[in-house]
Design a protein around this ligand. Sequence first.
Ligand SMILES: [Zn+2]
Length: 234
Amino acid sequence: MDGRTCSGIVFWCALLLTVTAMALGAVVWWTRQQRLTQEKEEYSKAIAQRSYMKIRDFEEKRFPTPNYDKRRKNEVRGVVLHHTGEPTVAESLEILSSPERQVSTHVVIDTDGTRYVMADPSVVTYHAGLSMLNGMEHCNYCTIGIEFQGNTLVAPLTNEQVASAIEYLLPIMEEYHIPLTNIVTHEMVRNAFRKQYPDKRADIKVDITPAEYYHFMRVLCTYFVITKQIKNCM
Ligand SMILES: [Zn+2]
């Protein structure tokens, strides 16, 4: 074989390999895209079937708390999610309105989705304590507190709680332009504070679990994808 034939073979082999690699790459990419689309559709369907997205009219009762700041207004930049950790909603409401305890929240959501509104969004309630949210300190003055009745360390949120919280949140998110990234858990705002101020004594806060938080956020986020307000949740 002379030199020219040899380099010709090398050239064609390299070309063939390149084309094969490109074709394989394209197939992998296409399969992945197909799978992602399918997953998204299946997830949307699953959510619709579990009636999360049929925003239902859950019962809303007023249960005003005397524990709020009478001097300052809430700036409402975000939302802090909690679980009450109490066995019944009656006990939770009693604690969150007890003048001795000086703790409160904006809304408590019972396991059947019933909402107990304790304060308007413009009011500062005492639910976050030492806290930090995306660089903002004193979260009580810039967030809304949502308390889910129950203990997520023992039992997950009910579908009704998730749907009811979304029903409550959507108009508030719209009015105050709250981004999804500013919806967090008590544990997250406490951890952020502890990281910023390691010398200050701020207890570790065990609250709504990360798993329940991510579940809630996925459902909420999917709503925005379905209604085409954002492209995807990743
Ligand atoms: Zn909490």
